[in-house]
Design a protein around this ligand. Structure first.
Ligand code: HPA
Length: 272
């Protein structure tokens, strides 16, 4: 794996010589357009990077955009790799690891999620304070990659406290209401059952979704600082009277992309 990663990193460096990103961004449904706001951008389709997985999900473009965003050197992954598409977790986190080896010390992730926290409503933005993953796989399963991190990494500070503070302050400066809570990972692609959502609630979850957690585990393993946000696109199964649909998720993501992107940009600006 480390040899594959090194090969990918070399190819990326060949396209943007000397460029070392400060922040790796993985943008979920609706926020992909932020990659178009990157200045001095070098765009590298995943297909041009040896060993890099290629994304199949609708709305996920599948390219890496390197440049400046809100004053920070960024590497934006436009398109991510979900388990439900058929990728193993090791493939899901491939990009995070490659960007870590390229020099990124911070990961900023966003996702679309179903909401179940008290007082949550579609359109809310939730700062991810922690996560629950009771699904049996892990991106770290198998031989450890010592060049990235240790065998049994701590997850107590996976969502970096100092960056959570940045997010709270950023939201305050923009007057954007910010929910906070726990994201629970479900592998999908089917949405959860109402019983699963009641169980998630009893376990302490505030939002549910099918992404982000593998990448955050890989980032924590590799010693990165992480900031994560969920856009609550629908109330989770059983908490609304109509059926869940991807269209509802995409509609909310589209409606909220202005405020959500402003918050992400302000966080980038305010990061040390
Ligand atoms: N469940 C899982 N993933 C999601 C949801 C949901 O309700 N909404 C958007 N992504």
């Amino acid at each position: 794996m480390i040899d594959r990663l090194r090969k990918s990193v070399q190819a990326i460096q060949g396209r943007a010589p000397g460029f070392v990103p400060e922040v790796a961004l993985i943008l979920g449904s609706g926020l992909g357009f932020l990659a178009d706001a990157v200045e001095c951008a070098v765009t590298v389709p995943y297909a041009d990077i040896p060993e890099f997985p290629v994304s199949t999900a609708p709305g996920h473009a599948g390219r890496l955009v390197l440049g400046i965003l809100a004053g920070k050197k960024v590497a934006v992954m436009q398109g991510r790799f979900h388990y439900y598409e058929g990728y193993g977790f090791a493939e899901s986190v491939y990009g995070v690891r490659a960007l870590r080896l390229l020099g990124a010390e911070t990961l900023l992730v966003t996702n679309a999620a179903g909401g179940l926290g008290d007082g949550f409503a579609p359109g809310d933005i939730m700062l991810i304070e922690d996560h629950i993953k009771f699904f049996d796989d892990s991106p770290l399963r198998g031989a450890n990659i010592p060049e990235l991190g240790t065998r049994f990494p701590d997850m107590s500070y996976a969502y970096t406290p100092a960056l959570r503070e940045v997010a709270v302050n950023a939201a305050r400066t923009l007057d954007v209401p910010l929910k906070r809570g726990v994201y629970m990972y479900f592998p999908g692609p089917q949405y959860e059952t109402p019983a699963e959502i009641r169980a998630a609630k009893a376990l302490g979850a505030d939002a549910v979704g099918m992404s982000t957690v593998p990448e955050v585990i890989a980032a924590a393993h590799a010693g990165m600082n992480t900031l994560g946000f969920s856009l609550i696109c629908n109330m989770a199964a059983g908490l609304q009277t109509h059926k869940l649909s991807e269209q509802e998720v995409l509609d909310t993501a589209e409606m909220s992309k202005g405020v959500f992107s402003r918050l992400v940009l302000r966080c980038l600006e305010m990061m040390e």
